[in-house]
Design a protein around this ligand. Structure first.
Ligand SMILES: N[C@@H](CCC(=O)N[C@@H](CS)C(=O)NCC(=O)O)C(=O)O
Length: 229
């Protein structure tokens, strides 16, 4: 059976991508969760991951240690390409969305760490504002074109949605305001069952990583994690 090695569900944004993709498409897999940044986590990671990072997918004698490569592999080998649009032009566009997320947005990554179970308040600087505006533009443009084909970026759920799922989490956690189209996309994403399962499991975790706990805590009910204030 496929084995997916992941980090903490509350904090590990890279792990969330393939987990959500596999779960959304009902692919059965064994999950190995390694809480990150503990005293001996690197020894645990070394058992599975040549890069000492998560996520890692193990499929028999094949080990794949990068979230984008995992999503592409699963799409090709197990889903007949269903998690990518059917036309070459839109597939390229979808891949550009994934690649931009994979290779950039460093201010969002560093200053708005994923923290699914929390609500926090912090002040946005200009770098953050620029990156948030870019993501909103990406979401708005895709939704303008594809909203009549389904609730996700390219209509049907694609690898791009798996890649932006951790951003949806961050925008909720830090109360980031969005345009109406982007807000609608965020709402569609939080209604996704795979994303809901991930968050519910994140809420049961007990590890606290101080480096990921940025901003002033805002009180809220755990059951209302998907609600905007
Ligand atoms: N390019 C990799 C990046 C993976 C990555 O940075 N994973 C983090 C998850 S928080 C990690 O394993 N960190 C552990 C460490 O840096 O020791 C991917 O997309 O899978």
């Amino acid at each position: 059976m496929l084995k997916l090695v992941i980090g903490n569900k509350n904090y590990s944004s890279w792990s969330m991508r393939p987990w959500v993709l596999l779960s959304h498409f009902n692919i059965v897999f064994d999950e190995v969760r390694i809480p990150l940044f503990t005293q001996d986590y690197q020894q645990e990671l070394a058992k599975y991951s040549p890069s000492l990072k998560v996520p890692v997918l193990i499929d028999g004698d094949t080990t794949i240690w990068d979230s984008l490569a995992i999503c592409e592999y699963v799409s090709e080998k197990y889903l007949g390409g269903a998690p990518l649009p059917s036309s070459a032009k839109e597939r390229a566009l979808c891949r550009a969305y994934c690649a931009e997320m994979h290779a950039g947005f460093f201010a969002i990554r560093n200053q708005l760490p994923m923290n699914c179970r929390a609500r926090k308040k912090l002040t946005l600087n200009s770098q953050l504002e620029t990156e948030i505006a870019r993501i909103q533009r990406l979401w708005d443009e895709a939704r303008e074109k594809y909203q009549d084909q389904g609730p996700y970026l390219f209509g049907e759920f694609s690898i791009a949605d798996a890649f932006y799922a951790p951003v949806v989490m961050r925008f909720l956690t830090y109360g980031i305001s969005l345009s109406p189209l982007s807000e609608e996309y965020l709402t569609n994403m939080v209604m996704n069952e795979a994303i809901q399962s991930w968050v519910q499991e994140a809420q049961t975790e007990t590890e606290v990583l101080p480096d990921f706990e940025l901003g002033e805590p805002v009180e809220f009910e755990l059951e209302s994690w998907s609600q905007r204030p």
